[in-house]
Design a protein around this ligand. Structure first.
Ligand SMILES: [Zn+2]
Ligand SMILES: [Zn+2]
Length: 156
């Protein structure tokens, strides 16, 4: 469903709407813990010769670990995709351009969504801005209050 036959695009823009389950094979192997379906709402259209423009809003929800205290954090992901598919070899170095094979027959929008989601998830999630993290000595969660090490240090 996130695959568009180029013949369809000869007649004009094609709407792309999909609701992909988080467990879909499309997201396999991604270092991404999705907790909601991935909603894709947009359109794809032919641009200049051999180029195609894919614009979409992508929304989902993912879970990661707070990098300070390691508790689970869920956060919404909202992406505005604006992607150009091009078979121009000169465009291959541009990260916002997706290369197309010679004589393409379809556009693989799924791999774009997959890749952009992977980029959108920050490896530096925090459960909150001022997360106190874990004590480097005893591993206690300092959000729950000072641990015995901090108390001891204050007495020194
Ligand atoms: Zn935290
Ligand atoms: Zn401690």
């Amino acid at each position: 469903m996130l695959r568009v036959d180029l013949r369809e695009l000869r007649h004009g823009p094609v709407e792309v709407q999909a609701d992909v389950a988080a467990s879909d094979a499309m997201f396999e192997g991604l270092d991404l813990d999705l907790v909601a379906p991935v909603e894709v709402d947009g359109m794809v259209q032919a641009a200049d010769s051999g180029e195609y423009l894919f614009r979409a809003q992508v929304g989902t929800r993912a879970r990661s670990s707070c990098r300070r205290c390691l508790t689970d954090v869920e956060h919404d992901i909202e992406l505005d995709l604006n992607v150009l598919f091009s078979s121009d070899p000169d465009a291959a170095d541009d990260p916002s351009i997706y290369p197309l094979p010679v004589n393409p027959t379809h556009l693989d929008l799924g791999s774009v969504v997959r890749e952009e989601l992977a980029l959108a998830v920050s490896p530096f999630a925090l459960c909150r801005e001022d997360c106190a993290g874990l004590c480097p000595e005893c591993g206690a969660d300092l959000n729950a209050g000072p641990c015995k090490c901090t108390v001891a240090a204050e007495h020194n």
